[in-house]
Design a protein around this ligand. Structure first.
Ligand code: SF4
Ligand code: SF4
Length: 112
């Protein structure tokens, strides 16, 4: 059996969530250059906005799952290691390219 590929640009599963407060900025993110229009503050915390079930910085065009702010991505994204327990869990829950999550949201045509 071949090992699964953990190429993030062909995956993006951990950038999907239905929780609007999924991605909270941490103190280390203060110096990062994230577009202010992609952020919101609630209860004293700052979060990256999600739309259509995924982070607003995730570009799903051209058959890829590309982070548009990769160099400035938040600390929480950096801590998410490809192949880790959390990574495998996200891939199971949301699917490669978010196929499971998008189908759940009715964002993909149903098979058959
Ligand atoms: S779920 Fe894993 S392989 Fe997929 S983008 Fe996230 S860290 Fe990379
Ligand atoms: S900032 Fe980039 S890596 Fe982090 S959730 Fe958004 S698209 Fe994914």
């Amino acid at each position: 059996m071949s090992a699964p590929s953990f190429d993030c640009v062909s995956c993006g599963a951990c950038c999907f969530s239905r929780n609007p407060r999924y991605l909270q900025l941490l103190p280390w993110d203060a110096s990062r250059n994230l577009p202010s229009e992609s952020l919101f503050t609630e209860g004293g915390n700052t979060y990256v906005s999600f739309a259509c079930g995924h982070c607003v910085h995730l570009d799903l065009s051209a058959g890829k799952a590309a982070c548009q702010v990769y160099e400035d991505r938040p600390e929480a994204c950096r801590a998410f290691r490809a192949g880790s327990f959390e990574c495998v869990k996200a891939r199971r829950a949301n699917g490669i390219m978010g196929v499971t999550a998008r189908s759940r949201e009715g964002d993909l045509p149903k098979a058959g």
